[in-house]
Write a protein that binds this ligand. Structure first.
Ligand SMILES: Nc1ncnc2c1ncn2[C@@H]1O[C@H](COP(=O)(O)OP(=O)(O)O)[C@@H](O)[C@H]1O
Ligand SMILES: [Mg+2]
Length: 365
């Protein structure tokens, strides 16, 4: 899929912006603080209704304004539609072709996006919750059911924790009710576990090759770590063993809310012995594998955003990436200077120069 038009009103440092993008490569360049990341953030928001920068939505509204809208025309193989996200100080609204969408799971499965930005390289060393967050976002944009399962699981988890706390405080234990909650938790958890396991298996079918083609030798793999890789019966038995422990602390000690994954290179944990460079390459390979996987499942490539990649990677490797994707993926690359970009890339790109929230299309000569 491609985003052919983007319209911003009062978004970050843009007052109004109307752009038409290239189907292939779009290069966005400008000085630090000019608004490059803001621009790709708007495209990301349009697909996933949130920023990748983990901030409060209200910060997306231009200073001293009370409403921002991001609108885009998204063209797929068989249709095109208008996506729109509006954010006010009271909340957020999302629309497709002027119809308000109430279910986020419905909206985020309509437009897929993969982003790589410098902070991503921290993923390997960050806390498990951060990796789970990334995993959840990626699977949610592919499968409608997944986000619903997550929300159901979290609801039961909350109820179960509250009940455990009550048992702990007042000791009036009804194991029957705890059993009911546990069964529900196991049911939803098993289904979440299956989605995650399959996603990671599928990524593993691609990532080793990608890593070798772009970077260097070595077998890169992702290992899914979950205490739910068991049958329902086994899980229920484990929970029963844990009941008294859980009551003592007043919370659920096992479940997919503790899942994690790790990268290994030739069987060794990257987290423990990988270099910064290897970690970055691993994450990039992960993202490219996702691009291919989304196309395989949905028969439609996602949009790819590479924010500030030239500060992270040399031009030759970036060319490798683009060639690997066979130039079929609409790609947005931000950079502070055009100098480091190879001529062959510039020639086939649309180039946008950004200065203080104003974008101008530039011809390459
Ligand atoms: N809500 C906002 N209103 C106005 N300006 C904003 C807002 N949020 C961020 N900015 C401005 O956007 C600029 C940063 O833009 P960004 O796209 O991150 O820069 P870069 O080009 O380096 O990627 C900063 O100058 C910041 O002051
Ligand atoms: Mg930036």
């Amino acid at each position: 899929m491609k985003i052919s038009k983007l319209k911003l009103i009062n978004f970050r440092n843009y007052e109004t912006l109307n752009l038409e993008f290239d189907d292939g490569l779009n290069i966005i360049y400008g000085e630090n603080g000019s608004g490059k990341s803001n621009l790709v953030e708007a495209i990301y928001l349009l697909a996933l209704t949130k920023s990748f920068r983990l901030i409060n939505d209200k910060l997306l509204i231009k200073k001293d304004c009370d409403l921002t809208t991001v609108e885009g025309k998204v063209v797929k193989k068989n249709d095109s539609s208008k996506f729109k996200v509006s954010i006010t100080t009271d909340g957020k609204k999302v629309e497709i072709d002027n119809n308000k969408i109430n279910k986020i799971s419905e909206y985020v499965t309509k437009m897929q996006i993969i982003i790589f930005y410098p902070r991503d390289t921290e993923l390997i060393n960050s806390a498990p919750a951060e990796r789970r967050r990334v995993l959840n976002i990626e699977i949610s944009q592919i499968f409608k059911e997944y986000m619903i399962l997550l929300s159901n699981y979290n609801k039961i988890l909350k109820q179960r924790n509250a009940y455990l706390k009550q048992l702990y405080l007042y000791g009036n234990a009804s194991r029957e009710y705890l059993d009911i909650l546990t069964r529900k938790l196991v049911e939803y958890g098993k289904r979440i576990n299956k989605y995650r396991q399959e996603f990671i298996n599928n990524i593993n079918l691609k990532i080793t090759d990608i890593y070798k083609k772009i970077f260097e030798l070595g077998d890169l793999k992702i290992v899914y770590k979950s205490n739910f890789n068991k049958t329902e019966k086994e899980l229920l038995d484990i929970y029963r063993k844990y009941y008294s422990k859980e009551m003592a602390v007043g919370k659920t000690l096992i479940g997919v809310h503790h899942d994690d994954f790790e990268f290994t290179l030739d069987g060794n944990k990257l987290k423990e012995w990988g270099s910064q460079g290897q970690m970055k390459n691993a994450i990039l390979s992960f993202k490219i594998a996702e691009v291919e996987l989304i196309n395989e499942i949905l028969k439609e490539y996602p949009i790819l955003i590479l924010d500030d990649l030239f500060s992270e990677l040399d031009a030759k490797k970036i060319l490798n990436i683009l060639n690997l994707l066979d130039n079929q993926v609409q790609t947005f690359i931000t950079t502070t200077e055009l100098k480091s970009i190879p001529k062959e890339m510039l020639q086939k790109s649309k180039i946008f120069a950004i200065t203080n929230g104003i974008a101008k299309e530039e011809k390459y000569e």
